[in-house]
Design a protein around this ligand. Structure first.
Ligand SMILES: Nc1ncnc2c1ncn2[C@@H]1O[C@H](COP(=O)(O)OP(=O)(O)OP(=O)(O)O)[C@@H](O)[C@H]1O
Length: 721
């Protein structure tokens, strides 16, 4: 997200930077003091001042040294930046919702300057609206309308690069097809002129027929080889793209995955790669052969009879203009169709994974109705798309076909006038028919290319996303002892909405800390940060005094264990699921872990013991059983840091007892973060941390917090009574 827009020179002159003053942020604001839309107005932040440029003049200026704090206020569809200037809250600028994130960064940047530091804030978020056309960007990194110019060929070449040799082989076969195809009319001319006009005998005729036969057989053989090669190449490219996308999904930050709908991500792997494969099989394998034939065909026609050739091409410019004219419409409809397809896939995915809830509440009909609506919207766009091509393509074929009529009429006249031999006219008509046969094929090209462009764009949107790559020279393997420090840690899922602010706490190695607080206060967020799923926006998380960012992710994750309320089991056997945390664990290690997790007994009672297949999400196991598998998973890696998120919530007393016992074994001597709503489950905790109002509201032992008579005391009282 751009935080430093380019300023015109006349505005720069008005800022009048002093000698040691630097320009840090320049961002537009679009609502003026009368609540009207505003253009070309900027908020400018230098190392010393906050300036407001209202489109004509610098209308306000605040010295940073006089400010205490900057913050943003979100309102419906808009927001405002406020600074505390000389003790008075000053409204600096207002902006529409599209700038909410941008101003969150700016207020953070101003606060850093207020605190006397000079780090510049950067934003890795993408723009939500296109800076060129101003439209909302619909689920892709760049605006589909503005990005498509010139980008397609590059994207295609980038995709094709690893398969150079395969492309070359197919290309050679295409050239062979073209040569053999173009030779046929030449032989036919000789057959008519040399043999049929009475100059040659049966022997000569048989020779020509033999050559024609051999050419036809060669065309068939080369075509088979070519189609085979293209099919293989198409399947190979599609498989490679699927794998690349899959790997990329795993590398992308969880925030990116959360922002996209599952169906949309799924469609890019299944549908878009399928379009590319189909393009390779149906279009690409003929593309160059046809272009080659086309060019030579035109040359032959011009050599044979220039006048006739030019008359044949009379409609070509009309067709080209039509194709260019309708390119944008075709592109837009295709993009819409792909998005509607995403909607259908996402809804289907939602309903299938939430089928239990749907059935429990008897909402099958409502869901079917919703699906029907989405499906018919998709069908409508698909219909519009097909209708468009159903009209467009025959018009193009018709226009091009008119050329044959012209050839027959004018060519016939030339033969009658003795300017052309019948063989030459036959050859010319053969070339014209060939030309129109391929033009007809090419009239499908805009459609195929639009499909390919749209799919390539959606695939590239994912593949070109920036991912955080560890700098091998900076990160290191660390044997964790277990001290965890939150040092002024601040984080929000949305940059303008902090969930946790200025968290400061140190947890000693082996300490168990309970995390409590009302629902939605940020308990899970705290452990999400600790699990490395998100990075803090400000401040640091230190593990044994080392910034988490400087520890190799693989090394860190191999030393943490997690037991969450909802245990996700992959489709596979129980043993596979336990082994997930440590793929090289031996059978004995797994059984030992399962015994410690109080899981061995129930596993032995399942039909195939450790080899029992647990279906998708492990539905065939009870909540308590799944939980114990998760504990066994955690035990297996002997983690130094343990994260328990309501591990015993919603379990019956017996299960809870079994799990408590297993957890006691697991947590022994390990730094443990345990979230709990039922405070009784935190008896073993050394300290308890209460989160409220984005911050740590209270921290201490159970007894200390009770004596405080604060939030914890009230929560405890409410639960006991
Ligand atoms: N992936 C997400 N994207 C955006 N906002 C989120 C996300 N996850 C949580 N939030 C928001 O962050 C806030 C804190 O959520 P969090 O899950 O950390 O609360 P919690 O204290 O664990 O709640 P609970 O006790 O109900 O589980 C909530 O307002 C929630 O809506």
């Amino acid at each position: 997200m751009n935080l430093k827009f380019e300023l015109a020179n006349d505005i720069k002159d008005k800022i009048k930077l002093t000698k040691d003053e630097r320009l840090y942020y320049v961002v537009p604001y679009d609502i003026n003091e009368n609540a009207n839309w505003n253009n070309k107005s900027y908020l400018i932040v230098t190392t010393k001042r906050i300036l407001v440029y209202d489109g004509e003049k610098i209308s306000a200026s605040y010295n940073i040294s006089d400010c205490k704090k900057a913050y943003t206020k979100s309102q419906v569809g808009c927001g405002m930046l406020v600074v505390n200037h000389k003790g008075v809250e000053k409204h600096v600028v207002s902006y529409s919702a599209k700038h909410l994130s941008r101003y969150a960064y700016i207020s953070r940047g101003i606060n850093i300057l207020i605190s006397g530091r000079f780090e510049e804030v950067e934003s890795h978020e993408y723009e939500k609206t296109c800076p060129i056309c101003g439209r909302a960007i619909p689920g892709t990194k760049t605006c589909p309308k503005c990005s498509k110019q010139g980008g397609f060929l590059k994207a295609f070449l980038r995709m094709a690069k690893p398969y150079k040799m395969d492309f070359l082989k197919i290309f050679m076969l295409m050239v062979l097809v073209a040569i053999t195809t173009l030779l046929n009319p030449e032989i036919q001319k000789h057959l008519i002129n040399d043999v049929l006009k009475g100059n040659g005998g049966m022997k000569k005729a048989l020779v020509y027929l033999g050559v024609m036969f051999s050419l036809s057989v060669s065309i068939v053989i080369i075509n088979i080889l070519k189609s085979n090669g293209s099919t293989k190449l198409g399947a190979k490219i599609a498989a490679d793209l699927r794998l690349k996308l899959f790997k990329k999904y795993q590398e992308l930050p969880i925030s990116f995955i959360n922002e996209r709908r599952p169906g949309e991500l799924l469609d890019r792997i299944t549908q878009d790669t399928k379009f590319i494969r189909e393009f390779m099989e149906d279009v690409f394998c003929n593309l160059f052969a046809i272009l080659f034939i086309f060019i030579w065909d035109v040359i032959f026609m011009l050599v044979l009879n220039v006048k006739l050739a030019l008359l044949t091409f009379i409609f070509v410019p009309v067709v080209v203009v039509m194709i260019i004219g309708f390119r944008d419409t075709a592109y837009r409809i295709f993009h819409l169709q792909r998005r509607k397809s995403d909607d259908v896939s996402s809804d289907l995915q939602d309903v299938i994974s939430g089928m239990r809830v749907v059935k429990t509440y008897g909402k099958e009909e409502i869901e079917a109705e919703r699906f029907k609506h989405l499906s018919s919207e998709f069908a409508n766009t698909q219909r519009k798309n097909e209708q468009f091509w159903a009209i467009f393509q025959p018009i193009i074929s018709f226009l091009m076909g008119m050329g044959v009529v012209i050839v027959v009429y004018f060519g016939g006249n030339d033969v009658f006038a003795g300017k052309m031999s019948p063989g030459e006219l036959y050859q010319f008509i053969a070339y014209t028919l060939l030309l129109f046969q391929y033009i007809n094929w090419m009239s499908w090209m805009p459609r195929q290319l639009t499909m390919l462009t749209s799919s390539l764009e959606r695939i590239n949107d994912i593949l070109t996303q920036d991912v955080y790559v560890e700098d091998e020279s900076k990160v290191k393997d660390v044997a964790i002892k277990g001290e965890v420090t939150f040092d002024h840690a601040t984080f929000g899922y949305k940059s303008y909405q902090p969930v946790l602010e200025d968290i400061n706490v140190t947890i000693k190695p082996g300490e168990m800390i309970g995390i409590v607080g009302a629902s939605g206060t940020g308990k899970s967020t705290l452990i999400n940060l600790l699990m490395g799923l998100y990075e803090v926006d400000d401040g640091r998380i230190l593990i044994d005094g080392i910034d988490m960012k400087d520890i190799k992710k693989k090394s860190y994750h191999s030393q943490i264990g997690v037991v969450l309320q909802e245990t996700f089991l992959f489709s596979g056997t129980i043993i596979d699921n336990i082994r997930f945390s440590k793929p090289d664990a031996t059978y004995d290690e797994i059984v030992k872990a399962a015994k410690m997790a109080n899981a061995h007994e129930f596993i032995c009672k399942t039909p195939d013991g450790y080899n029992t297949y647990v279906g998708e999400k492990g539905y065939s196991l009870s909540g308590g059983e799944r939980q114990r598998i998760a504990i066994a998973r955690a035990i297996l890696t002997n983690p130094r840091l343990l994260i328990l998120d309501e591990a015993t919530a919603s379990l019956d007393t017996e299960s809870e007892f079994m799990i408590q016992k297993a957890l006691e074994r697991l947590t022994n001597g390990k730094t443990t973060f345990a979230i709990a709503h039922r405070l009784s489950t935190l008896k073993a905790a050394n300290r308890i941390m209460v989160i409220d109002g984005h911050r740590i509201a209270e921290i201490g032992t159970h007894e200390e917090l009770l004596m405080n008579k604060g939030i914890y005391y009230n929560l405890y009282k409410a639960q006991v009574s």
